[in-house]
Design a protein around this ligand. Structure first.
Ligand SMILES: Cc1cc2nc3c(=O)[nH]c(=O)nc-3n(C[C@H](O)[C@H](O)[C@H](O)COP(=O)(O)OP(=O)(O)OC[C@H]3O[C@@H](n4cnc5c(N)ncnc54)[C@H](O)[C@@H]3O)c2cc1C
Ligand code: FES
Length: 493
């Protein structure tokens, strides 16, 4: 499986490797998925004395967690005014507390295990050039009502672009996510977690999971930390979320701000500095869109690179992209999957803020399994999204529209694949059969079925990553049709 754009985090750190599972096994708690959510949860449960096995379909920490911006913060854009309005004061404050608990938990682990991962405490700030002053002031008022510590900065903030107002949340953090999790994998080993890599779980039953090689894993409890839930939930969570893709460029430069920033005005940019061998660089993120629902992703990188060079006089050294699950009420889904499957738990729906949330999720899942009280149980209970019907319908419509757009264009599918240039892909009618066709650098065509193996939607070519992306629930496949990201677990045929 070839990945086009590899993140700076992946290039600059390594994680110990583990063998694939070669026989049937039995474990008390099975965790599926070796990103930050799975690893943090494995650690907490094993620390509490449980027998824990973590299986990873590919390699540990190579998917979303390795492609994040890695801000560890309770400041999620201008979220609190929305939470306050829709969920009320108590829940909005509880959500803030959940994030602060997550930041503190990561801080404690970094100190306890002396993890060298560039962890730094610093502020997070929302910025406007004047166009979004009203919204920022409203967020500040909400912070005041909720008792959230913050500072409002009027006028220029000394950044290399115009700012008239900034809302700063102090004492947040950032780190190098792969270095942090390399340390946590070692901590997991110390408390007895068993790891298997290249072991993809294809089926989840009530007390047994089956891998792609046909091995079985008997469990008492299972935690699905695969980012996109793979089991078939009766409440069909996967249809009730949006999958949003974003892009990041890393650049060296001369005007690099120290801190974490988010511009509220369009085009929105997420900014932070990071440490390199030779000094510091800047990450510029943005250009979000629903996965598979837009063409010309290459231009996303061009726009971000333009921002990096205009603001920071920087040269782009790395670029990458990833996607996350966006829930209708902007809060994560953590807990029992469905009352009828009491042994199955999920952790997902991070709305692009999975770092602090994963640390909080790890404690919540541990408490749920140990039957201890946890004040976030109700707030993050996955089944709650069944009760926000109207919002769900809105998301459902958006996804349907993306698919409909594809279906309408079906009549336009060409038959002449010779029109494809090298490294281009597209959907063609080849002898009456719809085919996803990719042309490699030697002019060789690679044909696969365009129907996503999850639920049959037609995939779309992503010209920036050279992947086939599904607009329905975000599955992604490489140019040969091999699964890169779920919920699909089977390759394109
Ligand atoms: C561009 C971008 C920027 C972001 N920036 C931030 C930020 O600044 N701060 C923040 O807090 N959050 C941020 N996020 C969100 C955060 O990165 C994610 O929410 C988080 O990394 C998700 O972690 P995870 O463990 O759930 O998923 P992953 O890291 O994707 O891990 C899931 C693992 O499960 C494995 N898996 C999948 N299916 C199977 C299977 N069937 N069997 C076995 N294994 C399987 C996968 O291979 C993968 O390794 C950002 C997200 C994006 C997309
Ligand atoms: S991801 Fe569900 S149909 Fe493709």
């Amino acid at each position: 499986m070839k990945k086009e754009n590899i993140s700076y985090w992946t290039k600059s750190a390594a994680i110990n490797e583990f063998p694939a599972m070669e026989q049937n096994i039995r474990t008390e708690i099975l965790i599926v998925g070796g990103g930050i959510a799975g690893i943090m949860t494995a650690y907490r449960l094993a620390e509490a004395g449980r027998d824990v096995t973590l299986v990873e379909g590919r390699k540990l920490v190579q998917e979303t967690t390795a492609n994040t911006t890695a801000k560890i913060t309770a400041q999620h854009h201008l979220l609190y005014q929305e939470l306050y309005k829709k969920q009320g004061q108590e829940k909005a404050r509880l959500f803030y507390d959940s994030q602060i608990d997550g930041i503190d938990a990561i801080d404690e682990l970094v100190t306890k295990y002396q993890i060298d991962c560039d962890f730094e405490r610093l502020s997070s700030t929302q910025l406007t050039d004047g166009r979004s002053e009203k919204a920022i002031r409203k967020e500040y008022d909400t912070y005041e009502k909720l008792g959230i510590r913050s500072e409002l900065h009027e006028g220029d903030m000394g950044l290399p672009f115009k700012t008239t107002l900034g809302l700063e949340m102090p004492d947040q953090a950032q780190f190098h996510p792969v270095k942090f999790l390399a340390g946590m994998v070692e901590a997991c080993k110390e408390v007895g977690v068993k790891f298997y890599e290249e072991t993809l779980v294809e089926e989840i039953g009530k007390v047994q999971a089956t891998t792609d090689k046909g091995h079985t894993i008997d469990f008492q409890k299972i935690i699905v930390a695969t980012h996109f839930p793979i089991a078939n939930a009766r409440n069909n969570i996967i249809s009730q979320v949006e999958i949003e893709r974003s892009y990041i460029v890393a650049a060296d430069g001369v005007n690099i701000p120290h801190g974490m920033f988010q511009t509220v005005d369009a085009p929105k940019r997420s900014l932070r500095h990071y440490h390199t061998e030779n000094g510091v660089g800047v990450l510029v993120g943005g250009e979000n869109h629903i996965t598979g629902a837009t063409c010309n992703m290459e231009s996303a990188y061009e726009k971000l690179s333009a921002s990096a060079s205009e603001f920071f006089k920087g040269n782009v050294t790395d670029r990458w992209s990833a996607q996350d699950m966006m829930t209708v009420d902007r809060m994560p889904l953590i807990g029992q999957y469905d009352k009828k499957d009491p042994n199955v738990y999920i952790v997902t729906g991070f709305n692009k803020f999975g770092m602090a949330t994963s640390a909080t999720a790890a404690q919540l899942l541990t408490d749920l399994i140990l039957r201890k009280e946890n004040r976030y149980e109700e707030l993050f209970r996955p089944e709650r999204i069944n009760t926000v019907g109207n919002q769900v319908k809105a998301v459902g419509k958006q996804i349907k529209d993306a698919v409909k757009g594809e279906a309408l264009a079906m009549t336009d599918y060409g038959t002449d694949t010779s029109k494809l240039k090298a490294e281009e892909g597209g959907i063609f009618n080849v002898d009456g059969k719809l085919q996803a066709v990719y042309k490699d650098t030697d002019g060789q065509e690679h044909h696969v079925s365009p129907f996503c193996t999850h639920m049959g939607c037609v995939v779309k070519f992503n010209d920036a990553e050279k992947t086939w992306d599904c607009p329905c629930h975000g599955s992604r496949f490489d140019r040969e049709g091999c699964v890169l990201e779920g919920p699909a677990t089977q390759n394109l045929k």
